[in-house]
Design a protein around this ligand. Structure first.
Ligand code: TRP
Length: 329
């Protein structure tokens, strides 16, 4: 029996090369060895104000990008979170088990409520419980998550503890974080001390998967670099050029030390020009595949309903067990 993996990306902003290098690219590497469930977290998107029209398009677009970036719908269960009603149902049961004190500790809630001061809704607060439901429904063994989501995974593990204590062990599975081989963290092109974010207000700070190639060229060449001039990887001292080296390494598969060697004595501009070409060459076929999927959506719709069916089947089993355990079946 293969181990189960679950992960997802919230359907907000544009998927960026940071999401590819830090998440979706890793998911792709796991797709043969594990039983993988990858979802578009569209319910999570509602925690911040959304234009319904934009969200409707974006959820579809994310799903198509997953496939275009190499997630094979035959090898993985790819689905839309809201297509599987069990997520919301399990989330409620878990909400009734989670002490508010545990949610008060979440650093992301503190950050996000500062950021969205006019819309601090209860969903923003309980969001990590929905995330726990996502994971627990599939009895996931491993959850690939970035640094910023580790605290949520910890909460998920605490929730399993509360559940076990109240209703007995073995009904929910305790998940572990999955730490990828290279935990590359891609930083903003405008402020390399901050993580590249798909929801950043300044579009120059990220390269999105669907950016026109000309724009990608511009963004990379316009990336903020440091006052030094040597192409040496040292995020503490040269965060800007180090970030570009990381991206170069991820897209080319070359070791950082090899890149440093190849660019010894060259200027920042040389690396920027080559990196821009490399990123464009990588994303060009992805964009072509994406356009194919979006122009004739019949295949996309088919993949989506097959994924929803497979995911619901698995999820319903867990939900039945949980409903029985808590006494509403
Ligand atoms: N909260 C995650 C993010 O913002 C997305 C997410 C939702 C997720 N549910 C999940 C990630 C379950 C891993 C597992 O990036």
């Amino acid at each position: 029996m293969k181990k189960v993996i679950l992960s997802g990306s919230t359907a907000t902003g544009d998927l960026t090369i940071g999401n590819y290098i830090g998440a979706i690219g890793n998911w792709k590497n796991l797709q043969t060895e594990y039983d993988c469930f990858y979802m578009v977290a569209d319910l999570h998107a509602l925690t911040v104000k959304q234009d319904p029209k934009v969200l409707r398009e974006r959820r579809l677009s994310f799903f198509a990008q997953y496939i275009a970036l190499g997630l094979d719908p035959e090898k993985n269960t790819l689905f839309m979170q809201s297509d599987v009603h069990q997520h919301a149902e399990l989330s409620w049961v878990l909400t009734c088990l989670t002490p508010m004190g545990f949610l008060n500790r979440m650093t992301q809630f503190k950050d996000k409520s500062a950021q969205h001061a006019k819309n601090i809704n209860a969903g923003l607060y309980t969001y990590p419980i929905l995330m726990a439901a996502d994971i627990l429904l599939y009895r996931a063994d491993l959850v690939p998550v970035g640094e910023d989501q580790k605290q949520h995974l910890e909460l998920c593990r605490d929730i399993v503890g509360f559940f076990d204590h109240n209703y007995g062990e073995g009904i929910l599975k305790l998940p572990e974080p999955y730490i990828g081989k290279q935990g590359a963290r891609i930083m903003s092109l405008q402020d390399p001390t901050r993580k590249m974010s798909k929801s950043d207000e300044n579009p120059k700070s990220f390269v999105s998967i669907l950016d026109p190639l000309k724009k990608i060229q511009k963004k990379i060449k316009g990336a903020v670099t440091d006052s030094g001039s040597e192409i040496i990887f040292n995020p503490e001292v040269n965060p800007g050029i180090s970030n570009l080296i990381t991206i170069y390494s991820s897209f080319s598969g070359k070791a950082i030390s090899q890149i440093e060697k190849e660019y010894a004595g060259k200027m920042y501009g040389h690396l920027k020009v080559d990196l821009a070409d490399l990123v464009c060459a990588t994303l060009d076929p992805v964009q072509k595949k994406y356009n194919e999927l979006m122009n004739d959506q019949s295949a996309l719709v088919q993949f989506m309903s097959a994924g929803a069916l497979a995911a619901s089947e698995r999820a319903q089993k867990t939900l039945n067990d949980v409903y029985c355990a808590v006494g509403i079946r």
